[in-house]
Design a protein around this ligand. Structure first.
Ligand code: ZN
Length: 309
């Protein structure tokens, strides 16, 4: 039984409109689902990814409108790495981001920058072996498009072999000689690294809320059992409409989720029109009239482009 790399990473934003502008326009991802936080339906939950919203491509945000800026600290992911195909793609992004007012720092095979709320992002030349998960954007040439999430870095207070047993023995990560870990699945892999840091973080706009690993549907219950057997406090299986989830905190305090492949984002929308209408889970459908009044109006750039065409 193996986890198939990453499923999604979820953040907090204070401004859904800028969130869509930055990720669906500046970075050229596709807004694949516009729904609400199932546990706090007054907040948007927006999903961005490749054309299908494939696991491994997904970055998602809860919008708490006007949320104060947070700061990454111990037990939090602080940087998300997105893959591109080549150094030429890094040149393309350096110019595109600078043109939009987002200055970056160019490394030999990377480009570091921050989003509109200071979330740490890094474009890296992707390893061989991760199938490309691209979205289409009229201003981003296909060969330069983002190819999926390659890795993430988190802050931890201490470096304890006992804590890391959960990663390696329970979840199947491999420790790398050069530092960090690799989660190698059947179809995708993911780089996971820790940086030592002393300060506590503040959960708020521009910070990561949790990271979800990808389980095959048929393995999900077995993962729940395995995590519980490792001494973690794991939730029951929760139906998130687009996948099933379990949650637990790893020993450093980072909130981990394990999510299934199915049913995916086309379960309640035409695949051609993902993320264009507000979708609500059954239990919150009765709130639609008030949510349509209270949530800030958001148009999916893809829908707008379709109307113009
Ligand atoms: Zn999640």
């Amino acid at each position: 039984m193996k986890l198939d790399g990453l499923h999604h990473i979820t953040m907090i934003t204070g401004d859904a409109r800028r969130n869509v502008e930055f990720y669906a326009d500046v970075l050229g991802l596709r807004l694949v689902k516009k729904t609400v936080n199932f546990d706090a339906p007054e907040a948007y939950h927006l999903y961005f990814g490749d054309e299908q919203g494939s696991p491994g491509s997904l970055l998602t945000w809860f919008e708490f409108a006007g949320a104060r800026p947070g700061r990454a600290g111990v037990g939090m992911v602080h940087t998300i790495q997105l893959g591109v195909a080549s150094e030429a793609a890094l040149d393309f992004w350096a110019e595109r981001l600078a043109g939009r007012g987002y200055g970056g720092r160019r490394g030999e095979r990377s480009l570091s920058f921050a989003d509109y709320e200071g979330l740490g992002l890094e474009l890296v030349v992707a390893d061989e072996g991760n199938p490309p998960l691209r979205a289409l954007h009229p201003d981003v040439p296909t060969e330069h498009a983002i190819l999926g999430v390659e890795g993430a870095r988190a802050y931890v207070a201490r470096d304890s072999a006992a804590d890391r047993g959960l990663l390696t023995d329970t979840l199947g990560f491999t420790e790398l000689d050069e530092g960090g870990y690799r989660l190698g699945g059947e179809t995708r892999h993911f780089h996971w690294s820790y940086d030592a840091y002393g300060e506590r973080g503040i959960q708020g706009a521009g910070t990561v809320h949790h990271i979800a690993w990808h389980s095959r549907d048929e393995d999900h219950v077995a993962w729940q059992r395995r995590v519980a057997d490792a001494g973690m406090r794991v939730t029951p299986v929760i139906d998130r409409d687009y996948f099933l989830s379990i949650y637990f905190r790893e020993p450093q305090g980072i909130l981990f989720e394990i999510a299934t492949t199915s049913p995916g984002f086309a379960v309640d929308e035409d695949p051609e029109h993902l993320g264009e209408e507000l979708r609500l889970p059954k239990q919150h459908e009765h709130l639609r009239p008030q949510l349509e009044r209270s949530l800030s109006p958001l148009s999916n750039p893809r829908a707008t482009a379709g109307r113009q065409a």
